[in-house]
Design a protein around this ligand. Structure first.
Ligand code: PA5
Length: 447
């Protein structure tokens, strides 16, 4: 099997090879700290050897639960937000047919999402849609108290119980949460739902290879054993034994930190395949929550190309020169579409006749890279042989490991997210949640 590869060649005109190499000792130390649990946030390192420690019977148990939902449900709603949502969506969207949920006579349940916003319109439209469907719910919340998710679950649970009856609803609801704590754990125990545990030592944004990601991915019809196999192989590639130049996580962490030091404050994750939109969303959370603290951190942004070349392309080419790009480049398309010849050639496209669409996309990718590098935008590339479970598993582990190393190079705690609480405190004060009386009083003086 090949591996995904990191190519930093097109960033070397901006930072020197020597400067990148000079990180070898520091990245090795950071990697060691991650494995030894001797750095900041060391209570949240359960993801480090997670792939290689997953047992086959555990994956089989998840598959059995997935099969129950697959047999009973036309639609499965995954309720969760942030780390309890983005990983599953990233993998499912990357693998799914782009028109998946419009397919008739489907062999897999459609996966819909809830609990990731508080839009009344969204929830009304979702519950309307589910009214005539046999549906199930995977409710995911580590804390078990997240308002967005709890609110959506309350509505969905009520609808399901009213439609299918309490007993049947119970068999179509799975809760993924803390082993002991939180409102969702209490509710699940009381109702007798099937549950899975989010380990204490794995934070939300590092949890995609736990049941948080694995169950929805298996329900959607994808091979979780292959996903884990890919992650296992990357665990080895990014391990302590690998020399700096051969460890893509170390080189990526080094390069982006050196670019940051040189004034490149924004990293744009780029894809040339709309299926990767949510991989970028997952990556944004992983890096944004891990590094954006202590008044530091690269701002993680993302574009889908060529779509956004017709909107953000102008800014990227000629705006403030504080950006660099990391392109996820897929070597081979999974499907084949050949451009037909046209006798009138009114659109002038006959010069492309006989070529595959992917050849045109690849030239757009290359042309964009040359243009952006000429426009002083350093480019990194993550080369992925093909979009499948195995390589997505590799991609996940590569980005997770690089994020841990990068956070330690930046001297922040890559495993906490204290800033996330600020909006919650204000929202609870404004909603006059019991226990927030003092905050309510204080915030009202500011209105
Ligand atoms: O990374 C994080 O910790 C957050 O994004 C959480 O995943 C998110 O807030 C959801 O939390 P919970 O799983 O407790 O509902």
């Amino acid at each position: 099997m090949e591996n995904i590869k990191l190519n930093i060649e097109k960033s070397l005109g901006f930072v020197s090879k020597e400067a990148i190499k000079s990180y070898a000792t520091r990245t090795a130390e950071a990697n060691k700290m991650l494995h030894a649990g001797s750095g900041k946030g060391c209570d949240f390192l359960g993801w480090i050897d997670l792939p290689s420690s997953v047992q086959t019977d555990f994956l089989e148990d998840i598959q059995t639960t997935a099969n129950i939902l697959r047999n009973k449900c036309e639609v499965v709603v995954v309720a969760g937000i942030g780390g309890s949502y983005l990983g599953a969506r990233a993998v499912i969207d990357a693998l799914n047919n782009s028109f998946d949920w419009l397919q008739k006579n489907r062999k897999n349940p459609a996966i819909l999402y809830a609990g990731n916003n508080i839009s009344e319109d969204y929830l009304a439209e979702l519950t309307d849609y589910l009214e005539n469907k046999s549906f199930g719910i995977i409710n995911i919340s580590k804390s078990g108290t997240t308002t967005e998710t709890a609110l959506a679950f309350r509505l969905l649970k009520t609808l399901l119980e009213n439609k299918a009856g309490k007993e049947e609803a119970k068999s179509r609801i799975v809760a993924i949460t803390d082993a002991k704590r939180g409102a969702l754990r209490t509710l699940a125990n009381l109702e007798g739902y099937k549950t899975y545990v989010i380990p204490d030592n794995i934070g939300g944004r590092y949890s995609v290879l736990t049941p948080v990601g694995l169950l929805p991915i298996a329900v959607a019809g994808y091979d979780i054993k292959q996903l884990i196999a890919g992650a296992v192989s990357m665990e080895k590639v990014c391990g302590l034994e690998t020399p700096f130049e051969e460890n893509p996580a170390a080189v990526y962490a080094a390069t982006r930190n050196e670019l940051y030091k040189s004034g490149k404050k924004i990293e744009i994750m780029v894809n040339f395949n709309p299926k990767l939109h949510y991989v970028s969303e997952w990556w944004k959370q992983l890096y944004g929550e891990s590094e954006g603290k202590d008044n530091k951190g690269i701002y993680p942004a993302a574009v889908d190309l060529t779509t956004d070349l017709h909107s953000m392309g102008q800014w990227i080419q000629q705006g403030e020169r504080t950006i660099f790009e990391t392109v996820i480049s897929i070597d081979k398309a999974n499907r084949k579409v050949v451009i037909p010849s046209d006798k009138d050639n009114l659109d002038g496209l006959n010069y492309l006749a006989g070529k595959r669409v992917d050849e045109v996309n690849k030239m757009a990718e290359l042309g964009t890279q040359i243009a952006h590098v000429d426009g002083n935008v350093p480019n990194l590339k993550v080369e992925v042989p093909v979009l499948n479970e195995y390589y997505i598993g590799q991609l996940i582990y590569f980005f997770e490991k690089a994020c841990g190393i990068s956070g330690y190079l930046l001297e922040v705690n890559p495993f906490d997210q204290p800033g996330v609480e600020a909006y919650k405190k204000n929202m609870f004060a404004l909603l006059e949640k019991p226990g927030y009386e003092a905050e309510t009083k204080a915030i009202k003086t500011r209105l």
